[in-house]
Every structure is written in structure tokens, then in C-alpha cells.
Design a protein around this ligand. Sequence first.
Ligand SMILES: Nc1nc2c(ncn2[C@@H]2O[C@H](COP(=O)(O)OP(=O)(O)OP(=O)(O)O)[C@@H](O)[C@H]2O)c(=O)[nH]1
Ligand SMILES: [Mg+2]
Length: 210
Amino acid sequence: MQKSAARLGVGGPVGSGKTALLESIIPMLMEKGIEVAVVANDLLTTEDAERLKRGGFLHPERIVGVETGSCPHTAIREDPSMNLLAIKDLELLYPELDLIFVESGGDNLASSFSYDLVDSYIFVIDVGAGDDIPRKKGPGFVQADLVVINKIDIAPYVGADLELIRKEAPLYRRGKPIAYTNCKTKEGLNEVVNFIMETVLFRSATAKVS
Ligand SMILES: Nc1nc2c(ncn2[C@@H]2O[C@H](COP(=O)(O)OP(=O)(O)OP(=O)(O)O)[C@@H](O)[C@H]2O)c(=O)[nH]1
Ligand SMILES: [Mg+2]
């Protein structure tokens, strides 16, 4: 029987760093022997898929662009059929896959994934959007399996109080995991990789798969 890969959604507002996160963590996962592919959603282009292909860390055929043509959350929640087809094609082409990422198009704080499409999902927010984002209790932020609070490096330049975010975010997450990251320096990315290894793939975060 063909094994099926774990499916991990990556959602969050426009420009929060979803693709930057994938560009950083996919090579880290590959170093651990994880077989990865990506489905990248965009509204009217395949911009992110092309960018990931240019990155050169994955065979281009392991990256599929999906043009949703509608509100991004429609394609990841209400009618995920386009994404399910893309996943099926990848699994047929690469039966050895362990993990398929599904990057949503940039959306709003209410954006969440259907669990018919993914096994779990990460919600990425940007410190530059303001230190009140956790307090706004967006369903994506509250419900995601992991929240990534990205661009921690820019907090001093945009007047965002990172300490306040660190204090308030866990209150609204009710104990669910949060990682604080800077995709430019890779700070905090080990936490994201460890989450994927242990919670999504059920593997030891330290062991290298052979
Ligand atoms: N300073 C800083 N910039 C970042 C960080 N992460 C991402 N960026 C920048 O933020 C911008 C948006 O990043 P993307 O990865 O394209 O964001 P995205 O969420 O994939 O965007 P959409 O798919 O269009 O919604 C880019 O210019 C990145 O270089 C970070 O941790 N720190
Ligand atoms: Mg993107």
C-alpha cells in the first residue's frame, strides 16, 4: 500500500513571511533526511512556487503552484479540491514523500485550514503588523497547531513591544505552541523544525533519518 505524506498548512496574513519560513526550514528538514514537497497557493499567479523553485533546494517538480483565483481561505477551507489534486499528483510522482507543505495565499486573521486538507497547520504573523495582534484573537492565531511570530528583528523599528507580545500571546494560545522567529538570521527556526519533527512527523527531533 502506498504511504501518504503528512500534510502541513502554512497560513497567515499577506507578507508575514510564510514563503521565507519555508525557504529556511525546508533545507533544515532535508538535512534530517525528510522528503519534502510544497504546494504554494497564490491568488492569480504562481509567484511563490516560482520563487521556491529559484531557491534551488528542492527539485522543481516537487513544487506546485496553485492559482486560487478567489479568496485564499476558500481554497484551503471551503473547497480544498484544487489543493487535494495537487497533493495527489505529488504523491503519485514521489511516493517516498514524508511531508507536503501547503502554503496559503496571504489572508486575514480569520484564515484557517480544513483538516480535510491538512493534518495540522502553522499560522505566521508579522511583528510589524503591531503588538496587538495576539489580543485580536483571530481564529487562525487561536486555533493553529503552531503560531510563528516572525520578524522579531523589526520590533524596535516599528514601535512594537515584543515583551508584551511574549506575555500576551500565550494567554490567547492557551498553552498551544508559539515560536518567535527571524527568518533572516534563522533565530527560532529550530523550534519550528522540532515541532514538525515531533508533532507532525512523530519522529525524534535529534535523530537523522537514513
Ligand atoms: N526583517 C525581516 N524580514 C522578513 C522576515 N521574514 C520575511 N521577511 C521579509 O518579508 C517580506 C515578505 O516575506 P514573504 O516570505 O514573501 O511573505 P509571505 O507571507 O509568503 O507573503 P504572501 O505569500 O505574499 O502572503 C519579504 O521581503 C521577506 O524578505 C524576518 O524574519 N525578518
Ligand atoms: Mg508567500
